[in-house]
Design a protein around this ligand. Sequence first.
Ligand code: HEC
Length: 142
Amino acid sequence: MKKIAILTLAVALGSFFITSCGGNADKKATSEKQETVKQTTPEKKVEKTFVANIENGKKVYNKVCVACHMTGVAGAPALKDKERWTEIAQKDMKTLHEDAINGFTGKHGVMPPKGTCTDCSEQDLYDAVAYMLKTAGVTAKE
Ligand code: HEC
């Protein structure tokens, strides 16, 4: 009788360890999967919803973006180039915001990440993009 009790206990303990190990292995697999996802998509994806502050956008534009976007240096679309901006506005606001944050290489040239403004926040960049679209006279969908 005692033997059976010990055996039952051993079996119970054994299956407990197996299930708990199994659980950990699952968790590890999941975190590895997340790691892979992170590695294949290193670019910043914007999850937050932003509301444009055009006044701030103007300040940011005049401080940084103006260097390339006023006259169209290095293949940048000049603000008065409505044709280019009409094409750009085909993309939605979220994509344009992400391109401003991460940088963007198109057929005309290279837009550096954050337009080289390392201390610009995501909000600053959103505002600047909104200001530029407005000044160019185009509207991108949200
Ligand atoms: C060093 C020059 C440079 C600076 C500074 C710069 N840009 Fe650009 N930007 C570019 C170039 C070049 C392109 C066009 C890339 C192409 O279409 O080939 C571009 C394109 C863009 C686009 C369109 C992206 C798209 O998906 O078509 C947006 C939006 C933009 N810039 C926003 C900004 C903002 C906001 C700033 C300031 C914070 C800024 N840029 C500063 C060079 C610059």
